[in-house]
Write a protein that binds this ligand. Sequence first.
Ligand code: ATP
Ligand code: MG
Length: 393
Amino acid sequence: MREIILIKLGEMVLKGLNRKGFDSVLRKNIARRLKAAGRFDIREAQSTIYITPAEGEAADMDAACGIISKIFGLASFTRACEVEKDLSAIMAASETYLGAELSQAATFKVECKRSDKRFPLKSPEICAQVGGFLLSKFHGLKVDVENPDFTVYVEIRDFAAYVHGTALRGAGGIPVGTGGKACVLISGGIDSPVAAWMMAKRGVELTAVHFASPPYTSERAEQKAVDLLRRVGRYAGSMTMYTVPFAKIQEEIKEKCPQDIYTVIMRRFMMKAAQAIALKEGCSALVTGESLGQVASQTIQAIACTNAAAGIPVLRPLIGMDKIDIINIANKIDTYELSILPYEDCCTIFTPKHPRTRPVLKYVLKAEEALDCGVLLEDCLSHVKTTKIYPDV
Ligand code: ATP
Ligand code: MG
């Protein structure tokens, strides 16, 4: 008897001809991410992935489950006890392996899936036998097939039988790496890590760009972006973060452009710089945490002006979401507490008192003529720093 993890695949089973490619990316993601929890053998059969601790290895199953719960492309997963395909072995395993849960429950049922049709008993017979055996072992326990406190699952598969309790929900989505590459603009705020997480959930591999404005912003502010990305990396995997020095551009804008459109012009520079990095990195889109109407620079007119600076698509997964819903996700993915740490942000430092909420592109372009945009951009891009980001668990 040994413990393994059984994983059921998610939405990707619908992907028809692409299925093979999805499978192999997912397998690689699982293998890469599980290294942090020990050595495991990974194999797939019948829409199920079997994660088995490598022979003679002390693998950390709790850590492995924690990692697996954050890998996109999985519908559900469960720890299971692997036994011989033999009824008495199955009975013994259901008593010992699920004993703690069964002694807590007042009612239970047994469900069986027999994919190996050579097994001599049919599913209803296995359920009846295992159920009867457990009733004799756990006094006071009753059968309730409609609404049991606990369900014992028995699966008779190709190489062995498996006994387990209720499976946990996986992270859903599709495997990171099957949805192309995009470059996320990551600030230290609440929104952009959530936007990054949402795109990773749709299979997008991420590169990150962070605009830092030393000496106006501190190293702690940049470190906050790194820490946030490491949290997102629990789901999105490793990535590279490009830190772009932005103070000089901001100073120039402040000196030479009308105050009420500072922010829009600054955001247009962000788009251009991020796009240059994105293209170099093979990304086909940018990602931001903008949400319509949240601040002056996120009105539809301001977004139109910002968007006009980018030649590649700008994905804004939060565009129609309320702040409270964004915060709920931030809490779920454990970025919220980090996001609300009060470090200065490059945007807030140069925020005008009365930003124009309906900027007009024609006037914004006119105002930009006062700047040497090409030189400013080239200058900041030639001082970019790269940091490799690894998941923090
Ligand atoms: P967030 O909570 O993500 O900071 P926000 O509501 O504060 O968002 P803005 O400051 O207007 O909104 O920024 C909108 C988006 O622009 C952010 O979600 C992010 O994608 C990008 N952005 C803002 N500041 C930076 C920065 N310093 N570096 C990189 N991207 C940034
Ligand atoms: Mg912000």
